[in-house]
Design a protein around this ligand. Structure first.
Ligand SMILES: Cc1cc2nc3c(=O)[nH]c(=O)nc-3n(C[C@H](O)[C@H](O)[C@H](O)COP(=O)(O)OP(=O)(O)OC[C@H]3O[C@@H](n4cnc5c(N)ncnc54)[C@H](O)[C@@H]3O)c2cc1C
Ligand code: SF4
Length: 534
């Protein structure tokens, strides 16, 4: 039975399940650049270019392996701009008896595919994505009956399952998690050798021209463009990480430096999430570095935990909890997203650095995402729908299955503690300890109240006071609430007034007009404009 095999932009692996068992002589692979996907949130220009270029390169590789590939470019004549439209058109070009596709990474797209059987009057085979270690059913079985989910316990299961860093049935080094050896603050002499950047070839150049013409009004700098767009180059980038950065990965995982955008991070998530790199292969390579004595256990364990722990855990939560998950707003946050998330125009040096770096690179590392932009949005009470939309648009690695739980759950506590045990809220002291941003900032990190005080300081206490009913019972916040309760009334009033004055001064208009628009599934622009200010 001949098949039309649809391969999506984040399924660029020749071992993808939709291809396994397929027949090169009989089946046709369909790949299409879809305007609807590039614009349903207005993705960063570099992200669109990365995906289209990687798709074009992957299509060539498949052709080289003998596959018949029907590739529809964005500007190919007749491109309907939607997945359903392109599958429908392809079915007229090819005589096939069924459609095959590996399950997508978004609920929205899966729902779309469920309608194809009826729409096209053909069987549609949606296959599991076996590039992940834990299937949806396996995660659901793990989650069954648990009142609280905790990544650590899930991670141990994944270690046992993969046999990574195991000595028999015990973890190597006698501990599952070496995090307490990590999280060293930044030192000014800390730097990572430059990450691998790749000169655009002719294929990428064509894509860059296309993106500039069609998506030039999206957020983000398109050039210089240095992403790997093939598996071979992505592997080169990852090999560079193993050699130069992995040994320090754990130690400085939470550090931030003004002039070092990448530190000892891998900077491979776009490649991994698009399918150019394989998670298990990466973890085995990292383990080999430890076994060969080239990288310490705390670094290697920390890295492996991010991939088989966090990455799998957030995906499990996404599929378990969608579609309701996207609407969660436990703290009832309702503020619009401040303009500086798009412009970088703020006196807060830490936020400015994270946003400008995001504009330039479509990348910020975890602690910038969590403790700077994410922390600020939560403290300020920004509606999580807007925060999620921002993260989905601006990062080259952002697909909803991974972005949503990280943003809504981990960074905004909008799921009420399902994903993490407490809100990742912090005042300026944390940022000052972990970075060099505060030196030279317009604000004074030691000041708690008043015009020059670091906004994170008063916003932190204001956040705790404002959300007392919902957070007071959280054991991990109990010490902070004890401090708040003992706080002098006048001081608390002054904190709340400082927070109010700062929040009232925020402008939130750009995001709804010139820059990315909220999607229909979320809130309408009109209601956003009037979103409650306290
Ligand atoms: C608010 C917020 C939004 C995020 N959105 C995304 C997103 O859209 N896409 C995405 O891939 N990651 C997201 N993350 C997780 C993490 O920040 C990125 O995976 C990481 O910064 C990617 O950079 P890196 O490759 O240098 O990672 P490293 O720090 O070097 O880590 C190695 C790898 O581990 C994986 N990883 C680490 N932490 C996580 C995590 N929490 N969840 C999933 N995978 C993880 C990534 O694949 C990453 O490439 C988000 C985190 C936060 C706090
Ligand atoms: S003083 Fe406050 S706002 Fe300025 S960089 Fe430090 S934490 Fe950020």
């Amino acid at each position: 039975m001949s098949s039309l095999i649809l391969i999506l932009g984040d399924q660029l692996s020749s071992s993808i399940s939709s291809l396994s068992g397929a027949d090169k002589a009989r089946d046709t692979v369909l790949m299409a650049e879809i305007v609807e996907e590039a614009t349903y949130v207005r993705h960063h220009q570099k992200k669109v270019a990365f995906i289209f270029s990687a798709m074009r390169h992957f299509a060539k590789e498949l052709e080289g392996e003998g596959w018949r590939v029907d590739y529809v470019k964005l500007d190919s004549s007749g491109n309907s701009g939607s997945f359903a439209g392109e599958v429908g058109r392809a079915l007229k070009r090819h005589d096939v008896a069924r459609i095959k596709v590996t399950e997508p990474g978004e609920w929205r797209v899966l729902e779309m595919m469920h309608a194809w059987n009826a729409a096209f009057d053909l069987p549609v085979h949606i296959l599991p994505d076996d590039r992940f270690i834990c299937s949806g059913d396996e995660f659901a079985a793990w989650a069954e009956g648990r009142k609280q989910f905790r990544m650590e316990y899930f991670y141990r299961e994944m270690r046992r399952k993969t046999r990574l860093l195991m000595d028999g049935d015990q973890p190597v080094g006698g501990q599952w998690n070496f995090d307490k050896h990590n999280r060293k603050p930044a030192k000014s002499n800390l730097f990572m050798p430059d990450i691998a950047r790749f000169k655009p070839d002719d294929v990428t150049r064509d894509v860059l021209t296309l993106v500039a013409a069609r998506f030039g009004n999206h957020f983000g700098d398109l050039e210089p463009f240095g992403f790997a767009v093939t598996r071979a180059d992505a592997k080169t980038a990852f090999d560079g990480f193993l050699k130069h950065a992995l040994p320090h990965f754990g130690d400085y995982q939470d550090a931030m430096l003004r002039d070092e955008k990448f530190l000892y991070h891998a900077v491979v998530s776009p490649y991994l999430n698009a399918g150019l790199l394989d998670p298990i292969e990466m973890c085995r390579q990292a383990e080999a570095e430890y076994r060969a004595g080239r990288a310490p256990l705390n670094a290697v364990e920390g890295f492996i935990r991010q991939i088989i722990g966090w990455r799998e855990y957030v995906r499990g939560i996404y599929w378990l909890k969608m579609p309701e998950y996207v609407t969660q707003n436990y703290l009832g946050a309702s503020r619009s997203l401040p303009d500086f998330y798009w412009t970088g125009e703020t006196e807060m040096a830490c936020v400015r650095a994270a946003v400008i770096q995001t504009r330039e690179e479509a990348y910020a590392h975890h602690i910038q995402r969590l403790m700077v932009t994410g922390n600020f949005a939560m403290l300020a009470g920004v509606d999580p729908a807007f925060v999620c939309e921002w993260y989905l648009a601006v990062y080259a690695d952002a697909y909803e299955w991974v972005e949503l739980p990280n943003t809504l759950g981990m960074s905004q506590f909008a799921d009420g503690g399902l994903l993490g045990s407490k809100p990742y809220a912090a005042g300026g002291a944390y940022i000052n300890k972990m970075s060099d941003y505060c030196k030279g900032c317009h604000y004074d990190v030691r000041e708690k109240i008043g015009e020059r005080a670091c906004p994170f300081n008063y916003l932190y206490w204001d956040f705790l006071a404002r959300n007392k009913d919902k957070l007071r019972g959280n054991q991990r916040l109990a010490p902070m609430y004890r401090v708040l309760e003992k706080m002098d009334e006048d001081r608390l009033r002054a904190i709340v007034e400082s927070a109010q004055a700062f929040l009232d001064g925020l402008s939130s208009s750009v995001g709804y007009s010139a820059l990315p628009q909220p999607t229909a599934k979320k809130k309408k622009a009109a209601s956003l404009e009037g979103a409650a200010r306290r």
